[in-house]
Design a protein around this ligand. Structure first.
Ligand SMILES: Nc1nc2c(c(=O)[nH]1)N[C@H]1C(S)=C(S)[C@@H](COP(=O)(O)O)O[C@H]1N2
Ligand SMILES: [Mo]
Length: 206
């Protein structure tokens, strides 16, 4: 699969305003809230984070244990397929590689499925999950995530459309073969790369 180059023709004014704007997106003035269903409650006493599938050591971490993992700060934009982009975010959270260090994915593992509260999910190649600035975020711009934005934990995958940035993240499943998540099963792109505008499913989708 060949991605289109990053430079895309767009009006000079827009480019100056938002140098990190992918094709077909506009910068949101406010941070939109977008999701299926209700905002789930968070109880730190019963919350757990599961790592399972094709791993040597499946794990279930309490909120206390998860909070003890090393944290990193990372910039990353959210690009919704409905065309708004939330730019200039400073996230704090856990590097996805940390989960691999804990659970040790087997050699044949090639994909992950990110599982949110209540059955929402999104799939990614393992490679994409472990690179490109992805993060398991607990904080945004210096403050804990707000409930409607995924507290206590959300995925941030800046170079894929934001439906892959699963809010209320409760686990990661490691797989040998790809398996579509929630929107990928509804005609949206499986790969969902933002910079090559992979919005909808097509034969070139991978
Ligand atoms: N659990 C869950 N995560 C989700 C969604 C959802 O419906 N459920 N919607 C996705 C979509 S389509 C977008 S655009 C972003 C929006 O994130 P925000 O509400 O923090 O802006 O969340 C993503 N993560
Ligand atoms: Mo979205």
């Amino acid at each position: 699969m060949i991605s289109r180059p990053r430079s895309v023709r767009r009006p000079a004014l827009l480019e100056a305003d938002a140098p990190s704007l992918p094709p077909g997106q506009f910068p949101a003035k406010r941070w939109t809230v977008l999701h299926q269903g209700e905002v789930p409650p968070f109880d730190p006493g019963t919350w757990s984070f599961r790592i399972w599938g094709l791993v040597e050591r499946p794990a279930s971490l309490s909120w206390a244990a998860f909070s003890g993992l090393p944290q990193v700060e990372r910039q990353g934009d959210l690009h919704c397929v409905t065309r708004w982009s939330k730019l200039d975010n400073r996230w704090l959270g856990v590097d996805p590689g940390e989960l691999s260090r804990i659970a040790k994915p087997l050699a044949e593992c090639r994909y992950v499925v990110l599982h949110g509260e209540g059955g929402y999910s999104a799939n990614l190649p393992l490679e994409a999950w472990l690179s490109a600035g992805a993060l398991l975020a607990t904080h945004h711009d210096g403050a804990p995530l707000r409930p409607q934005h995924g507290a206590p934990l959300r995925a941030v995958v800046p170079d894929r459309y934001a439906w892959k940035s699963v809010k209320w993240l409760r686990g990661v499943e490691f797989l040998a073969d790809d398996r579509p998540g929630f929107w990928e099963g509804f005609g949206f792109s499986n790969s969902a790369r933002v910079w090559s505008e992979e919005r909808f499913a097509s034969s070139a989708d991978g």
